[in-house]
Design a protein around this ligand. Structure first.
Ligand code: SF4
Length: 238
């Protein structure tokens, strides 16, 4: 074997079996990648839903500390949020909304009842008395679907719609993975149950009544990318 080949083999054998994983940062995506993200974020910032500062129904059952800061109107301090997944989710929601005809379906219904959290219901099907919420996700998260937080959200939508006079018999969550195809869609349907919605609203009342911040409930690795209060106000779980 010539020296060159044996040197090469020795070099390959000397490599660590598990390569060091360097966290990819936004700087690594280059100028064009950064232009793409800048434009998408600027557009997303103009959406009324992005500008909404009140607690949304989707936050019920999430991190209590985050809900507590939101209810108090505390200032966002994390400038390193990763937004692409949520922006892609919005784009998929828009494509679905456009695909359903008016009349037979009621889409993107904003429901405001007393001082309850505002509901933005993806779909209500009057002839089925069904509420539907689309959830964009990734395949590896399907094992956790549906979470209690997701079930609370759609049950509260049912509760809000009942309060404004629409009959609800079932609530449905549809998980749509961004990294797969039709075969990976997962659908969860359950009967509308007012007691589940009231459980979610009791969770919110508990958070509202706290005078001290609740303990952090999410790990730092999640917080630093996805929570606007990460920083001085809350450091997440180390
Ligand atoms: S930083 Fe993490 S633990 Fe703290 S409020 Fe945000 S999500 Fe919750």
């Amino acid at each position: 074997m010539c020296n060159q080949i044996s040197d090469r083999i020795q070099l390959i054998q000397a490599r660590p079996l598990v390569p060091t994983v360097k966290e990819r940062t936004v700087e690594d995506i280059g100028e064009i990648g950064n232009i793409l993200i800048k434009q998408l974020v600027a557009q997303d910032d103009k959406r009324p839903r992005t500008q909404q500062t009140t607690l949304g129904v989707s936050s019920l059952g999430g991190c209590r500390r985050q809900a507590w800061h939101t209810i108090r109107g505390d200032v966002a301090e994390n400038n390193n949020l990763l937004r692409l997944a949520s922006i892609m989710g919005t784009a998929i929601h828009k494509a679905i909304e456009d695909a359903f005809p008016f009349g037979e379906y009621e889409k993107e219904i904003r429901v405001e009842v007393d001082n309850l959290p505002i509901g933005n219901v993806d779909l209500y099907i009057p002839h089925l008395k069904a509420v539907v919420d689309w959830k964009t996700t990734v395949v590896r998260n399907l094992v956790k679907f549906p979470t209690t937080q997701q079930r609370w959200q759609v049950q509260v939508y049912g509760y809000l719609l009942e309060r404004v006079g629409k009959r609800v018999e079932t609530v449905t969550l549809v998980a749509i993975p961004r990294d797969s195809d039709e075969r990976s869609i997962k659908v969860h349907t359950e009967p509308y149950d007012e007691s589940v919605a009231l459980e979610a609203l009791a969770w919110l009342d508990d958070v509202k009544q706290r005078t001290e911040p609740p303990a952090p409930e999410r790990p730092v690795n999640f917080c630093k990318h996805y929570c606007k209060f990460y920083g001085i106000q809350c450091g997440g779980i180390e």
